[in-house]
Write a protein that binds this ligand. Structure first.
Ligand SMILES: NC(=O)c1ccc[n+]([C@@H]2O[C@H](COP(=O)([O-])OP(=O)(O)OC[C@H]3O[C@@H](n4cnc5c(N)ncnc54)[C@H](OP(=O)(O)O)[C@@H]3O)[C@@H](O)[C@H]2O)c1
Length: 273
């Protein structure tokens, strides 16, 4: 079992540098089984969303776990429809019910829905003030979205969850966030497998006895970025956690920086195109 380090959010709460993503884990018992294996491998952070349609399964897995609730870090997100309807508190309450929890550790605005997201943020501020979310944050926000948010709110998002991996090195957005105390969390940190055959990663991996997934994940956590790879396979869940027992050199970090191709593995949702 790996001991997974944490970073400190601007709320002073700790967030693990590695978590389990559960997008598309919707088969019978799939998410329960993935979470159970992840907890055995040392994971404590689970990243879900109302739109993933598996919050009930996440809730069942938490209930069945022997790990105390206060050691877990549970993230969920408000979907675009609820933002448009304007019933963000209702959507949040339904997420809590499905998760069978009385609080989440992090509640995120899933996408900056034009014309809605600033109002949504104000609703998240109220949820935060009520203690039902220990931290609030955003996802898929660009610098301009954050600048607009700063104009209307004194609460700095704790996290910006964005697509990030060796083929999409969002260093400018990452620096902007980190300079302002916003933790960056990488989704699709494996680019859904798209960098597994890259020579640079295979070569570096050979030196450390690691696979390209582990090298890619290590490159991000070494930059202080939290990663949430998804897997439903016990051996992948375990191997994705074995990234805290080696350190990449500056030269290796730079070689991976150079792999950027502005490649996105996860598209913009249909209702935002
Ligand atoms: N905020 C957002 O808008 C947003 C968008 C997308 C994703 N997310 C979050 O980020 C999480 C991760 O992103 P993602 O699921 O899109 O992509 P990902 O984590 O980059 O890739 C997941 C894929 O890689 C495979 N995989 C995992 N570990 C592997 C390994 N060691 N070797 C080979 N294959 C491996 C998985 O298959 P197996 O299950 O078979 O291992 C799965 O097909 C999501 O689950 C979700 O929680 C957030």
């Amino acid at each position: 079992m790996s001991v997974i380090p944490s970073l400190t959010l601007n709320t002073q709460d700790k967030m693990p540098l590695l978590g389990l993503g559960v997008y598309k884990s919707t088969g019978p018992n799939e998410v329960e089984s993935a979470i159970s294996h992840a907890l055995e491998s040392g994971y404590r952070l689970i990243d879900t969303a109302s739109v993933y349609k598996n919050e009930e399964g996440v809730g069942r897995a938490i209930k069945a776990a022997s790990v105390p609730r206060e050691e877990l870090f549970i993230t969920t997100k408000v979907w675009n429809t609820a933002q448009r309807i304007g019933n963000v508190d209702g959507a949040f309450e339904r997420s809590l019910e499905r998760l069978a929890l009385d609080y989440v550790d992090l509640y995120l605005v899933h996408w900056p829905v034009p014309g809605c997201y600033l109002e949504t943020w104000h609703m998240l501020e109220k949820i935060y003030a009520s203690g039902r979310a220990k931290a609030i944050g955003v996802s898929n926000f660009e610098i301009q979205n954050l600048e607009e948010l700063f104009q209307v709110s004194g609460i700095v998002p704790a996290v910006n969850q964005i697509e990030y991996h060796p083929l999409l090195n969002q260093s400018e957005l990452c620096k902007y966030c980190q300079d302002r105390g916003i933790a960056v969390q990488a989704y699709a940190p494996l680019a859904r497998g798209a960098y597994f055959s890259k020579d640079t990663l295979l070569q570096i991996g050979k030196k450390y006895g690691k696979n390209p997934a582990q090298i890619g994940l290590r490159w991000m956590v070494q930059k202080g970025i939290s990663v949430i790879p998804k897997s439903s396979q016990p051996e992948h869940i375990q191997s994705n956690s074995e990234i805290f027992d080696f350190e990449l050199t500056d030269i290796e970090m730079m070689a991976i920086d150079a792999l950027d191709e502005k490649f996105r593995s996860s598209g913009v949702p249909e209702d935002l195109r």
